[in-house]
Design a protein around this ligand. Structure first.
Ligand code: ADP
Ligand code: MG
Length: 256
């Protein structure tokens, strides 16, 4: 985990961890990412918001190469994304991703879910992997569920396991794509609180969310996307109190 501590008021040092330069992608005729330039500093928390279909998920998926892009460059810690093989597996470990659907392995216990990547990708010893998994499960508040199967847990608990599983790889950056959208309302806060704590601990995070309370309190920067473009970037205070573009004003008037 990065050592810089970040508060909303103190911008992190300008130490570029993720950089997208002039990135473009189409799905058929749809220009889903248009000239995307975005840099994320180590320790920074960037919240990405925008209407459905604006390219937020594609942006996240491009950063850990679940999607390829047609032009432009994406670098993590100064290195271009690897194309395939072990290098790609390591990239996916360096760039932790938490999806709307929890994507846990259904036939493995919670503990095994958090151990597996450590052993396979990071080549950890079983005992060390188990110790780390238990510590992370405690940290996200599901330690007592370690020996259960995912289906025996609530959605909020499963999502916290998914966060622990990503953290077990010692990621450089964590991507969250609408991590609370599939949850019952009473479970949203328990997941947001874990994410808040991660942000306070200095994790570099990209968070796609409609939770504006989280954006206001945890984000260093809000990135507003529409139609495949980054339309606006601002601090949360600036963005919510004084959105500049009509698209952002329109979006905010619908959700706030
Ligand atoms: P968001 O996450 O902001 O809702 P997405 O990145 O999921 O947006 O999608 C952006 C646009 O790309 C949408 O119009 C969506 O339908 C389209 N799209 C996403 N994935 C694919 C795909 N694999 N094939 C074709 N079109 C896609
Ligand atoms: Mg999406």
């Amino acid at each position: 985990m990065a050592e810089v501590s970040v508060t909303k008021d103190a911008a992190p040092v300008a130490d570029e961890l993720v950089a997208l330069k002039n990135v473009n992608k189409h799905f058929g005729a749809l220009h889903v990412l248009q000239d995307i330039d975005l840099t994320i500093a180590r320790g920074e928390v960037v919240v990405v918001i925008g209407p459905s279909g604006s390219g937020k998920s594609t942006l996240c998926r491009a950063i850990n190469r679940l999607e390829t892009v047609e032009s432009g460059t994406i670098t993590i810690d100064g290195k271009p994304l690897p194309q395939e093989g072990k290098e790609l597996a390591r990239l996916r470990a360096d760039v932790g991703m938490v999806f709307q659907s929890f994507n846990l392995f259904a036939h493995k216990t919670v503990l095994e879910n958090v151990m597996l990547g450590q052993i396979k990708v990071r080549k950890a010893e079983k005992k060390a992997a188990e110790e780390k998994a238990r510590a992370l499960l405690d940290r996200v508040g599901v330690g007592v569920q370690a020996d259960k199967y995912p289906a025996q847990l609530s959605g909020g608990q499963q999502q916290r396991v998914a966060i622990a599983r990503a953290l077990a790889m010692d990621p450089k950056v964590m991507l969250f794509d609408e991590p609370t959208s599939a949850l019952d309302p009473e479970m949203i806060n328990e997941v947001l609180e874990v994410m808040q704590q991660l942000a306070r601990d200095g994790m570099t995070m990209v968070v796609v969310t409609h939770e504006m309370g989280f954006a206001r309190s945890a984000a260093n920067r809000v990135v507003f996307m529409a139609d495949g473009r980054i339309v606006e970037e601002a601090t949360p205070d600036e963005f919510f109190s004084n959105p500049r573009s009509d698209r952002a004003k329109d979006f905010l008037s619908k959700i706030l």
